[in-house]
Write a protein that binds this ligand. Structure first.
Ligand code: PAF
Length: 273
């Protein structure tokens, strides 16, 4: 596996490839969720590039940028074992310039839910993702469905800027108890891990309600609130796949999204119906 630290090294590496390329952008602290994206890429492409870059501009002041879990040695091993061909690990200076045009996420979907709780977060995500896609020019790029709003905005960016990459959405990976895997789970102590299970449990309750025939979004949200009452809930929302709020469940076009704090750790989860 090649380790590429500069954009120049990455550009030269990419130029040397004539095959199709899969790309998995990450911020490190890799877990089974990332591994599933990498495996999918390795399986479907001749070459897989992974990036590890904790992107400072997608964190708000007071968020966990400086304490974001760093497990470089383990991450290298994971990538090597998973069959990654090249790992891009740049410094911030390699990525950002003093005077650069700024990509701004579209108002509609970036000011609600995650965007409402974390203003400008998606501007930071799109700015780094477009740079990474331009550097790696992947045939396919892999993103998890857990970050549903991020996925939507990236798909929209790729489409509207005519980028020649297919964005491949990948399923949420959960631990044996149902907790959606996230690098931030590393912050949870044993008791918090138990409390955090209520997030996926609330989604399960929602799906049971829907299977029983309950289609009213507000009634489903009420049931979910009961399960989440011990946590500091930021939002429970039911939307269509374009993030418009819906009052009645559409069994072909619906998402249920939750964000809640467990202690100091902010977690998100969702279910696509
Ligand atoms: O989902 C993430 O880990 C990050 O938002 C991403 C896509 C790597 C951009 O920094």
């Amino acid at each position: 596996m090649k380790i590429l630290k500069t954009t120049k090294e990455l550009i030269n590496y990419r130029k040397s490839l004539t095959c199709n390329v899969g790309f998995v952008p990450t911020m490190g602290a890799l877990h089974q969720g990332h591994i599933s994206l990498i495996k999918e890429s390795v399986q479907k492409n001749n070459n897989t590039i992974v990036s590890i870059f904790v992107n400072p501009i997608q964190f708000l002041a007071g968020e966990d940028f400086t304490s974001y879990p760093n497990r470089q040695k383990a991450d290298l091993k994971i990538c090597e074992l998973a069959g990654v061909d090249a790992l891009f690990m740049p410094n911030t200076d390699e990525i950002y310039f003093e005077n650069e045009p700024i990509l701004v996420a579209p108002m509609k979907q970036s000011f609600i839910l995650e965007g409402y709780q974390r203003p400008k977060h998606f501007d930071g995500v799109l700015r780094v993702v477009i740079k990474l896609l331009n550097l790696t020019k992947p045939t396919n790029a892999y993103f998890g469905k857990k970050d549903a709003q991020q996925l939507f905005l990236i798909q929209n960016m790729v489409k509207t800027l005519f980028l020649d990459t297919t964005i491949v959405p990948c399923e949420i990976i959960r631990d044996e108890n149902g907790l959606a895997l996230s690098s931030r789970n590393a912050y949870l102590d044993e008791n918090e891990k138990l409390q955090a299970l209520n997030i996926s449990k609330s989604l399960k309750i929602a799906s049971i309600e829907i299977m029983r025939g309950e289609l009213h979004a507000e009634k489903i949200k009420e049931k979910m609130k009961e399960v989440l009452k011990e946590l500091e809930v930021e939002y429970i929302e039911i939307t269509n796949r374009k993030f418009d709020k819906i009052e009645k469940i559409d069994l072909k076009n619906c998402m249920i999204l939750v964000a809640a704090k467990v202690g100091k750790t902010r977690l998100i989860d969702n279910m696509w119906i």
